[in-house]
Design a protein around this ligand. Structure first.
Ligand code: SF4
Length: 84
């Protein structure tokens, strides 16, 4: 039976130190994003981080700031619909 995290075992990061994906600066973010590039499960990884509101680290090739923007963009149509 597949759990909702089985996909993690097939990511490009499976053999990388986890700390690589929790960088302290922009250079580290770019290093992690390069590993994510072409990852076969990047879309799923990104959705997992968004659904679980994971604030820290690089997931699905996105930085913390990028995920905040994605979440905001997804909420905007809902907010507009509520006020219409
Ligand atoms: S997208 Fe990046 S963090 Fe997510 S599984 Fe792939 S390599 Fe790992």
């Amino acid at each position: 039976m597949e759990t909702d995290t089985d996909w993690m075992a097939t990511g490009n990061c499976r053999d990388e130190p986890p700390a690589t994906f929790f960088p302290n600066d922009g250079v580290g973010v770019e290093v992690a994003k390069r590993i994510c590039a072409g990852c076969p499960v990047s879309e799923r990884c990104l959705e997992y981080a968004l659904e679980n509101r994971i604030d820290h680290g690089v997931w699905g090739g996105t930085s913390e700031r990028q995920r905040r923007r994605i979440l905001k963009a997804r909420r905007l149509p809902l907010l507009l619909a509520e006020t219409a």
